[in-house]
Design a protein around this ligand. Structure first.
Ligand code: AMP
Length: 225
């Protein structure tokens, strides 16, 4: 089993590249952000606990995130597949717990994919980002004029026809908070992974998706277009 850890700031396109890999390569994605939003929309106990933290751009506690990740692993069959971890681990503690979770799995290759992008591009992207309100879909769109990520019909998801909404944490204040938090933890995570046997790949993501995808496939050693 291959596990790819997508490590990148909010708005760097982790979800978008994941969607493309799911569609073209039939890979799986574990997005802790999607799981959090699903809990909030379904008003579960966890959802009520994390709603405020998410809106204000803070991280959810490591223990709740690890609970969600374990629940996800219990529900899916993951052998022989490539899984993208989108937005997990996000703290040093989560990375250490993940090492414990996977240490007994045979034939597991874990690779860190670091998304590199200028801050100005991120803020612009996030201010114009919309997502599908359907919890199972959560497809990402952009309202930036001329963007190839614009929906075909305004305000409607191409994939499932649900309404597009803004994420509650895509506000200027929350974006600033999330970027600051991200950079604090990114340094610690990179230091941690440099001291493991896992590879770290750097991906420049300030360019068209097709170019990113081709570059990504080359770097992770997949020959399918
Ligand atoms: P994302 O969709 O990955 O941008 O995540 C949205 C929000 O969910 C983050 O700003 C955090 O509040 C929360 N979140 C998602 N993944 C994690 C994680 N691994 N650890 C802590 N909080 C997380």
């Amino acid at each position: 089993m291959n596990v790819l850890l997508f490590l990148g700031p909010p708005g760097s396109g982790k979800g978008t590249l994941s969607q493309l890999c799911i569609e073209k390569l039939k890979w799986r994605q574990l997005s802790t952000g999607n799981l959090c939003r699903k809990h909030i929309a379904q008003k579960t106990k966890i959802g009520n606990e994390i709603d405020f933290a998410i809106k204000s751009g803070k991280l959810v506690s490591d223990s709740l995130i690890v609970t969600m990740v374990k629940q996800w692993f219990d529900q899916v069959s993951i052998s022989d597949n490539t899984i993208i971890f989108d937005g997990f681990p996000r703290t040093l503690h989560q990375a250490e717990l993940l090492e414990q979770l996977v240490q007994d799995l045979d034939n597991l290759t874990l690779t860190v994919v670091r998304f590199v992008i200028p801050k100005k591009t991120i803020i612009n992207r996030l201010c114009e980002r919309f997502i599908c309100q359907d919890n199972e879909c959560q497809a990402v769109y952009s309202m930036i004029s001329g963007s190839s990520f614009a929906p075909q019909k305004e305000g409607v998801c191409d994939a499932c026809q649900s309404i597009l909404i803004k994420r509650s944490d895509d506000t200027k204040e929350s974006i600033e908070q999330r970027l600051e938090t991200y950079h604090v933890h990114e340094c610690k995570l990179l230091d941690f992974y440099k001291n493991t046997e896992h590879s770290i790949i750097e991906l420049q993501v300030d360019k068209p998706l097709q170019e990113i995808y081709t570059d990504f496939l080359g770097k992770v050693g997949v020959n399918k277009e």
